[in-house]
Design a binder for this molecule. Sequence first.
Ligand code: ATR
Length: 278
Amino acid sequence: MAHSNRVDRYAVVGNPVAHSLSPRIHAEFARATGEALEYQAIEIAADAFAAGIAELQQQGFRGLNITVPFKREAWELCNSLSPRARIAGAVNTLCLQPDGTIHGDNTDGVGLVRDLIDNLKIEIKQRNILVLGAGGAVRGVLEPLLALSPARITLANRSVDKAQALALDFAGFGEIEVVAYNQITRGGYHLIINATAAGLSNQIPPVSAAVLEKTGVCYDMMYNLKAPTAFVEWSIANGMKRSHDGLGMLVEQAAEAFHLWRGVRPATGLLLSSLRST
Ligand code: ATR
């Protein structure tokens, strides 16, 4: 039954999702912009995504954020896609329309780019970027990164085949080179982005610390409010001066989703610093 008399409802859907910061972020955006909405975290069983989404549609939810491991499945479920979601092949934001159709968007790429460029002032144009990983997280950010005209993006992954397939898919957007981890024997990158899921189990990708020599900045797409992520900790311990986690990306992708749903763009700077200080 639709809850038409309630405030508009939104949620982040994933598995696991209990520790997501998204409810806190969207509650703060709603407060700051004066928008009346509720936002919660909902876990769906790994093998029951489509049924779970149908149930939330039934309940009258207006929009959903999609997180691990459902971004690809969500893409397949959409009736329409934004151009950037079509290119990414994965969605992190759904609009559940009144006519029962689902529109999908991907705000991860713009979230990463806003954090790198606006918040952290990291130059991408004509620089060499190393991206670790070749899963859904990379799919979402490759085209927006290539749109910033780096000299080249090097992709490293345990499964080299997977990285090669990804490089082929995105070849039209810029230069992508694929390497195995053991082929990386020196650094000199302007930026290294960890987009692997290794951090979920508190691990780091199997890359030599030599990659950090003469490298400018490290960025981990994972975040952890309580302690540095495994990748940030490893890079700092091996001499990196600048290493950032993905909290800024999380807040920026959320702001873009909020804008899509409500037509209002919340400010992110104060929220980001208050999250960092908690
Ligand atoms: P996501 O959507 O989060 O990217 P995914 O599509 O399952 O999830 O991809 C996970 C990525 O993290 C892959 O690049 C995976 O490497 P493989 O393709 O070689 O499996 C990478 N990954 C996961 N655990 C890792 C680990 N312990 N070390 C290195 N890479 C890891």
